[in-house]
Write a protein that binds this ligand. Structure first.
Ligand code: ATP
Ligand code: MG
Length: 913
């Protein structure tokens, strides 16, 4: 049997033998293309070639593209698991001709590969061509129809013509487009999944699973102009796409993509973990769960590897939705604990040879997935219960619709993405009131917006972008001097005030503007490095620059004219503040830090962002867990070693391809032009770049050698998101100030505690011990006289609401001890006979919730454990217990009141049932 690995290789080798260049897949998170959430076709990375923006590097190209079809125009999420051949993540094999060969070769080679190389019986294959569209003025593709019978042995009756929907490809409203020709395979009558549909006849494009599309050959030969005018393109392109998973299923003689070696290892591992068996049946609930999980974990591994992080918006939310769906399907297999992350190594085993990046970042990906699973898992079970109640209500209603309030509560409190609620509704033939949901969502957004403070005018980048939004062409500023000069002569060419660009006129003293010069030595904020501050002056006038920002090659010096007047056209002197020297030290140290982190922690360290200012440096990077103190010490030592060796820095501008060959590190997700600047440490000149130990794409300003950094210390290491760590460090002057302050504190402490500094640690240790002992004594004394708490509890009972015979006793106690609170609950139960009790209190910045139910309520199904579980997430915690008594702890005491409010609602809801 051919393995998937071999089949992928066959494809590439075949097209290499036809003079194609292999080009690696572009990242699944498109770089610098905000119009597309995820790569969804092989052509994405060649888009600029088709629209004539860049010339092609090769005239024939082949590749296997990582695709994700979960959003926008291509969304196959709903199909996943229900059929055997649509995935969210899949590999699209493709070959391209950029104004080289055209239809004849594309058709002939596709046929040759499928039938000669792979031996698919020609009888099973069908072809489709574009049949024209009169309304659109699109001619039929006779050329392709004729070629099929000319260059392949396929009989004419198996070449079918279809309309615009199936066989005409367009990139957008306007732009390159053209007819396409597809190859479909007949998998046999038993594969038809529409036997029960009246009037259904199996054939190509009839929607049943008997005929599926394997390969799409697109012939880009027209350009659609505005007003629907179609003109022939002077350059013609071939763009093909074949789904690897479908081809593998055919060649491995499997009825389903999931039965191939691309998915079975994942399914088997899921089976080992869950103890459930996969039987490969469609329409079977647990088999469906197996398929969805196997599909979704592949998407998660690839998307997270390429830089997507689960979050509440954009790409991140798509990833979160996929993960939460997978988690929900895990429940179908009896899984209540995080387990999806355990499938990461299997995906890496299957695909890590073809896509090395997933191997390199596997630990990080696992960490991110596990932490997301854990956080959703905390509310999922309770959410499912809420959903069940809502579904019951909907089933009783006439229109069988789950109301928008329920869907919104599921989203807002229990983290259920709307499409998950819809999917669960669909399983019970219910719908969801999405209009109401949207309305509630919008109302929440409005509230959030109103709560946000407005930022006062300060010349922030946001203001300048409103300028570029208008049609004014901004002058570009010559700013090469920033790398070697701290001052320069220049001429004022304009300024921005209140978002208008002026290229003439005067600036009066006191004005706050963004000054534009013909040339500057100021560094504009970029690549994490802050923009310079300084002064721009003449003998009569002085302008204080607070920060420097660049927009479309135009540099703005934002600040205030403190003395005299300026007029456009005037000559001035620009002087960068001394802060620049401190910033340089921090920037060079940041490069050393990244290098040292990779030395110590390995390849899963990838930069996620940074801040480089005169005051300190901050470096964010991916790493699955907290580095140990020892590891951080080692990192510091390595950085200091390189500083002590006083190594030279060399900065070179070179073609991007050359920089990539040198292995220079680029920032994740950053779009670079064809020319890049590389900063190398440890190379004396441009010819010795190979000798450098650190090479990074970087446009920033740096020291001339590492010795100039003058001191380095990590002052903080923390986690900022699952799998993302942040280090804050100091150099030079910032470090000196920090050390001075630290030493002052030590002196002060010595004076207060009346011991020499060497004895401070012991002395403080002793004090803490004493303090703990005293607190304990105090607490037991209070417990002995626990009457205050009892009094508070009794007051709650007196003021409490009653429903029938049942007292709903809900409220806060003063800081107390858990045993006392328990005693209070017992006392209340006895006194009230029938009572639902929920008490909350704060102790040591922690929140505790305690619930108690009398037995009559437990019998009615009102359980203390359930209530506590449902409200614990509100205080950022967890808990549980028995039906009669349960307890939860959490990190967020500010939310105790919210939790108690929620508890009241839940209890009343239950009692009303
Ligand atoms: P279908 O009609 O089957 O959804 P499509 O017309 O959306 O396919 P194209 O956009 O032409 O497909 O993509 C090219 C090839 O990629 C298809 O011929 C198919 O082999 C494969 N493909 C498309 N969508 C998926 C998917 N969701 N999962 C797996 N393979 C896919
Ligand atoms: Mg499709």
């Amino acid at each position: 049997m051919l393995t998937a690995k071999q089949i992928r290789k066959d494809f590439i080798d075949f097209f290499k033998s036809k003079d194609h260049e292999f080009v690696p897949s572009s990242p699944i998170v498109p770089i610098g293309d905000e119009t597309l959430l995820f790569a969804n076709a092989g052509m994405n990375q060649f888009k600029d070639i088709f629209i004539g923006l860049v010339p092609p590097q090769y005239s024939r190209v082949a590749n296997t593209q990582k695709c994700l079809r979960v959003s926008g125009k291509h969304n196959d999420l709903e199909e996943v698991g229900k059929d055997t051949y649509h995935h969210t993540f899949f590999e699209m094999l493709g070959n391209w001709s950029f104004d080289d060969y055209f239809k004849a070769e594309a058709i002939q080679w596709a046929w040759e590969l499928l039938t000669d190389v792979w031996g698919i019986e020609p009888d099973r294959l069908w072809a489709t061509v574009f049949g024209g569209d009169q309304a659109d003025g699109l001619p039929e593709d006779e050329e392709a129809a004729n070629l099929w019978t000319k260059v392949t042995p396929i009989p004419a009756e198996k070449v079918l013509a279809y309309g615009r929907k199936d066989n005409f490809w367009e990139m957008g409203e306007t732009g390159p487009c053209g007819p396409c020709s597809e190859i479909h395979i007949d998998l046999g009558p038993e594969m038809c999944d529409m036997k029960n549909v009246p009037g259904h006849k199996c054939r190509v494009n009839a929607g049943c699973a008997r005929y599926i599309e394997l390969w799409n050959l697109v012939f880009i030969q027209f350009n659609r102009l505005p007003e629907d005018k179609l003109v022939p393109l002077s350059a013609r392109y071939v763009d093909t796409g074949a789904g690897l998973e479908r081809i593998v299923a055919v060649l491995q003689n499997k009825k389903s993509n999931y039965d191939t070696d691309l998915f079975m290892p994942i399914i088997n591992c899921t089976s080992d973990i869950t103890g459930h068996k996969y039987t490969s049946k469609l329409g079977n609930k647990s088999d469906n769960a197996f398929r969805v999980i196997a599909d979704h974990i592949r998407s998660l591994v690839f998307a997270i590897t390429d830089g997507a992080i689960p979050s509440n918006e954009g790409r991140g939310y798509v990833i979160r939705r996929i993960l939460r769906r997978a988690s929900r399907f895990g429940r179908e297999l009896g899984m209540h604990e995080p387990f999806i992350y355990k499938l990461v190594p299997v995906v890496v085993d299957c695909l890590g040879d073809a896509f090395g990046e997933i191997r390199e970042r596997a630990d990080y990906v696992s960490t991110v997935i596990e932490s997301e699973e854990a956080s959703f898992g905390r509310t999922l079970d309770r959410g499912i219960e809420i959903f069940n109640t809502a579904a019951k209500r909907a089933q009783k209603s006439i229109n069988k619709i789950i109301n928008g309030e329920d869907a919104f509560q599921l989203y807002d409190t229990y983290g259920f993405p709307l499409d998950l609620t819809e999917l669960m509704a669909q399983e019970r033939s219910l719908k969801v009131d999405t209009a109401k949901f949207d309305e509630l969502m919008e109302a929440q957004r409005q509230r959030a917006r109103a709560a946000q403070k407005t930022v006062p005018f300060s010349g922030s980048p946001r203001e300048t972008s409103s300028v570029s939004g208008s049609l004014i062409v901004l002058p570009s500023t010559e700013n090469k001097d920033k790398y070697h000069a701290d001052s320069c002569e220049a001429k004022i060419v304009g300024y921005i005030d209140e978002a208008h660009f002026n290229d003439q006129g005067k600036i009066e003293a006191g004005a706050k503007v963004g000054l534009v010069l013909d040339r500057t030595c100021f560094y504009a904020e970029a690549g994490g490095q802050v923009g310079d501050s300084g002064t721009i002056e003449t003998s009569e006038a002085q302008f204080l620059v607070e920060k420097t920002i660049e927009e479309k090659k135009c540099v703005f010096h934002w600040g205030k004219l403190v003395r005299g007047t300026f007029s456009v056209g005037q000559n001035v002197k620009a002087i960068v503040s001394k802060d620049r020297a401190a910033t340089k030290k921090n920037h060079t140290a940041t490069h050393l830090l990244q290098w040292a982190l990779q030395e110590v922690l390995g390849k899963s360290v990838a930069q996620q962002g940074s801040y480089v200012g005169p005051d300190y440096l901050r470096f964010d990077f991916t790493y699955p867990k907290a580095p140990t103190t020892k590891e951080l010490k080692k990192v510091e030592d390595l950085v200091r070693e390189k500083m002590a060796s006083d190594l030279p820095l060399t900065c070179v501008v070179m073609p991007r391809s050359e920089a990539e060959k040198l292995g220079a590190m680029a920032l994740f997700g950053e779009k670079y032009g064809n020319e890049v600047r590389v900063v190398a440490i440890g190379a004396a000149n441009e010819r010795l770049l190979e000798e450098a130990f650190s090479r990074e794409f970087c446009g920033g300003t740096h020291c001339d050698n590492t010795g100039q950094i003058g001191g380095f210390k990590i002052i903080k290491e923390e986690s900022i998101a699952a799998g993302v760590r942040r280090i804050t460090a100091l150099t030079g002057t910032g470090l000196n100030a920090y050390l001075e302050k630290a030493s002052d504190i030590v002196d002060e402490l010595s004076a207060i505690l009346k011991v020499p500094s060497e004895a401070l640690v012991d002395r403080v240790g002793q004090l803490i011990k004493d303090n703990k002992k005293l607190s304990k004594e105090l607490r037991s004394a209070a417990k002995a006289s626990g009457s205050d708490v009892m009094a508070e509890a009794k007051q709650l009972l007196q003021k409490c609401e009653k429903i029938g015979e049942t007292s709903i006793i809900i409220g806060r106690l003063d800081a107390t001890h858990i045993e006392q609170a328990r005693e209070a609950v017992d006392m209340l139960k006895k006194k009230a006979k029938s009572a639902a009790i929920v008490l909350g209190f704060e102790d040591d910045d922690k929140a505790t919730l305690l619930a108690g139910m009398t037995n009559d309520l437990v019998k009615k199904g009102l359980k203390a454990g359930d209530i506590v579980k449902a409200i614990a997430p509100i205080i950022d915690g967890g808990g549980g217990g028995r039906p009669q008594m349960a307890q939860a702890g959490g990190k967020n005491p500010k939310k105790i009141n919210d939790a108690l409010k929620k508890a009241t609602e839940l209890i009343k809801e239950k009692l009303a049932e």
